[in-house]
Structure formats: structure tokens, C-alpha cells
Design a protein around this ligand. Sequence first.
Ligand SMILES: Nc1ncnc2c1ncn2[C@@H]1O[C@H](COP(=O)(O)OP(=O)(O)OP(=O)(O)O)[C@@H](O)[C@H]1O
Ligand SMILES: [Mg+2]
Length: 394
Amino acid sequence: MSSLPLGNDNDLDDTQFYNRVEEILFISDNLELTEKGSTPTILLTGIRGVGKTAMMKKLKKDFKEDYVVVYMDLAGMDKFKEDDKLTRSCFMRLFYECIIKACRESNIITIDAQILKYFKTRNFKLDRLESIDKIPLPILKSDEDYAKFTTFVMDLPQQIYDDCKDNISGVLIFIDEFQLLKQLDDNVNDFLWYIRSIIQSQKHIGYIFSGSMNVKDELIADIAGQKGAFGGRILSYEIKTFSFDTTRNYLAEKANYLKFTDDGFERFYKCTNGNPYYVNSFARLLPPNEELNEEKIISEFKKTLPYLLVNLTNEWYKLNNQEQRIIAALVEKPLKRIEIANKLGVTSGAIGASLKSLQNKTLIELDKDGFRIYDSIFKTWLKNEYGEKGDYPY
Ligand SMILES: Nc1ncnc2c1ncn2[C@@H]1O[C@H](COP(=O)(O)OP(=O)(O)OP(=O)(O)O)[C@@H](O)[C@H]1O
Ligand SMILES: [Mg+2]
């Protein structure tokens, strides 16, 4: 019945991908500077579920006829972990894999044979070429090999452009879930400066960094702030939630079997905040061809909350006791670190690690009023649980 995309489907086809006309135009205009030899660098921000990934996948489709488009989701670094450590090396291996994949997907160039040539000219001491999904990967034996591999990978996009420039207008690199860099065991800021130093010398390569980051996030300051690694030369662009009218038109067009009354729709918008993830997920669960008035929406919302929040509640149940208690402490209002510590009956120093970990998972954020719960719908769920059961779901 429903033609609305699932809340976790971010590879939308043209009939599913709605609106975002201005956003696409603006970003595309900037990416196209790549063709002229520039190195546009864009920081795409926006809250969780607003449609950053969907947008990058759409851009990838739009650009792939003329460009090699590398899409890299940093969550993929996990599979390269060694001794449970997330290092720059995990980043490099993933980056390498994604570049090769992009070249293979591209129907404008072929570079497989060249890769081996690149390895040779770089003089790698190769133990053997190991293949992951048939992608040649050198075995790195020493730190020196690792350093060489890093330079090799970082230079690869430029190398590909230079070799294929008759066929392509440039190489575009989209790095998603960029906030996961915060989980690196190495110094993130050093790494950002390193990346910047490479990008600075490149031509015909364009970058988008994106992730669920709050504008006040310390990583954003490290990237785009005045003293940040890319300060002054990165374009920050925030994707906003759907407006009231956009949401209304969207559902009228794609789900006209939903019979909202005016106040029913107003309530729907309040419940979802126009966040496309919640709009799709909630709308898909509403009964078709039935009057949806305010009362009905309120009761449906209560009923479906656990489904809408399935990702976040999963994360909630994985938290340790202190982390859960910190979040519970923030349900009523934002609190300063010392206030949280007082509520928990511990010293301020004792909650440092938990606060950091919750911030890294984008469950809480810090602004001038203190720490707050990042997702307001998640906060509503906790409030409801408390209201119904007299305690939080520990
Ligand atoms: N332009 C769009 N038209 C219709 N639905 C959309 C659009 N953009 C996003 N959505 C819906 O919202 C969901 C979330 O989008 P997406 O995964 O791109 O968000 P995100 O900003 O990348 O979130 P996260 O920060 O969690 O990675 C999609 O699965 C899809 O259902
Ligand atoms: Mg995403």
C-alpha cells in the first residue's frame, strides 16, 4: 500500500526522493567547480534522520556519468579494527577499498591493472597481494609500509584523475558518518590537519564530509572553526528538516490514503518535527482511509513510539548503568556537568568518560545550557516510559 520509503532506506530512487531542490542545486554548483580545477570541500551537517545520506546517494547518481564518485561510510572502519583499536590505518584501508569500488562501478574508466602498477611504482615491499572481494591489498609489515600506504591512498584520487582526465571531469569523495572520527584512538585534530594538507595540494577533486553533528559540536570547531583544520576554506551547509508545508505536500502526493484532519496533521507535524526519518516511519504505520484527527494521532504516536525509535532504544539498552542514569537525569531539562554528578551522587570527574561516550554516540549534546538529550522524540519515549511504569527502562 505505502509508497513511502522505509525509515532506514537511504538509497531512494527518483520517485521516492522528495524535494531538496535548492539544496541539491547549491551543493551541485559547488561540486561542479571540481571540473575547473578547484577542490571544493563541503561540510554537510544536520540532525540524525534529516536525509544527509539520502542526499549524498542522490548526488552520487547525478554525478556518476561524468565523475568518479567515491562514497565512504566511516562505520565501515570497524571491520579493519586490529586489537579492537580504531586507528588511522582502518580509515586508510576503508578509503582504499571505497576508491577501488567507485572505479569499478564507474562505467567511464577502468583502473584495475593500473592499481598494480601504482603499487609497483610506489615500491611497496609486498609480502603478497591479498584480495578482499578481489581488491588487491598490500600486506603492510612495518610502520614504514604503513606510512607509504597512507600517502599512496591519499594520493590515489589525484592519480586517478591525472590518468583518466580525458574521460572524467573530476573525482568526488563523500565521507559519511564523519563524526565517527571522534572514536579514533589517534589524535583526531592531527589527523584532520593531515587530511587538510593533502587536500590543499589537490586539483579536480571535490569533498563532502557529512555526519550527525550538532553545529556546536567540538568536531565541527576542529574542522570548520576559525582555528580548525579547514577553517575558512570549507563550506558548511546544514540540511534542515521538512517544513510544515513541505511535509503536508509530501504526504498529499505520496500517501494520499492518509486522511488527516487539519488539527490531525498539525499534531502529526509536531510529533515528527518534520524529520523525514520520523515522517516516513510514522506515516507508514498510520491506518489508511480512516479519519486521522488530533486524538487519533496522539494515540497512534504513543502506540508506535517504540517502533519509531527502534535504533535508539537498541542503543539505550546497550548503555551501561551510569550512561543510562545520565540520560535519565537529562529528561526534564538540560544540566551542567556538576549538576548531573550531584544527581547521580558522584564526583564530576567520575562521569567524564560516560559523558564523552554518550556525546560520541550522539545521544546527548553540549551547549551553553549544559548537556541535553539530542533527539527530542527519544526524550518523549523516556518520559512516557517513566509516566507509565514509574521508572526508566533500565
Ligand atoms: N528527500 C527525501 N525524500 C523522502 N524521504 C527522505 C528524503 N531524505 C530522507 N528521507 C527519509 O529519511 C530517512 C533518513 O534519511 P538518511 O538516512 O539520509 O538521514 P541521515 O541524515 O543520513 O541520518 P543519520 O544522521 O542517522 O545518518 C530515509 O531513510 C528516508 O526514509
Ligand atoms: Mg546518514
